[in-house]
Write a protein that binds this ligand. Sequence first.
Ligand code: URA
Length: 240
Amino acid sequence: MRLQDVLYSQGFGTRRICAGLIQQGMVAVQGSVLTDPAADVATPGLHFAVQGRDWMFHDKAYLMLHKPAGTECSQKPSTYPSIYTLLPPPLRQRPQKSAVQGVQAVGRLDQDTTGLLLLTDDGQFIHRMNSPRHHVAKVYEVTTKHPLDDSQARRLLDGVVLDDDPQPVRAAACEIAGQHHLRLTLTEGKYHQVKRMLAAVSNRVEALHRSRIGALSLPADLAPGQWRWLSETDLAALRA
Ligand code: URA
């Protein structure tokens, strides 16, 4: 692929801007500065640097973010900063593939929810992960206002009716991990679902953290606000 097209595909700006960066000597490939925008480079495993910042070529972008509290999963947030400001600009500017430009969150978390959030520019992946048909399990660590008891857990497993749909929604799994700590597994993602399910059993969510999606857990060493690329192993865990 031409070097100019590599940069363009990875979100470094228009083709003209990318050509300019290369001609000005700001792009190094495997450690050597290249100044020809048409230089032919092999993309699998390609490492390059733009203005001193290392980058790795990804045909499609798949990443995880440890969403901090007080951030909105929206490109146009109303009150809190957008999660997208936590990502480097190239990830937000990757050229449009299918319907999406840049990486997009796979589903949304509330502004006060923390934890594992996936982002990608692969529209099919987003669809698959969000589709209730695929039953991708999402595990939430719920801190409750009132003490938990077995009857609340039983009702969450049997199904509770939320205000916008007569069909009951059920937890796929529900473990009382402490007096005020519930580990709840859901395979669908309705608006404010955990908070509304807990309200339906006369309790209240004080804090909410997503710890796992499918077989992928939030790594203990990924601090709030940090992101990282998903590895092939992570992707296999999600597709399993
Ligand atoms: N359920 C909620 O109520 N909020 C979230 O952020 C995620 C699931």
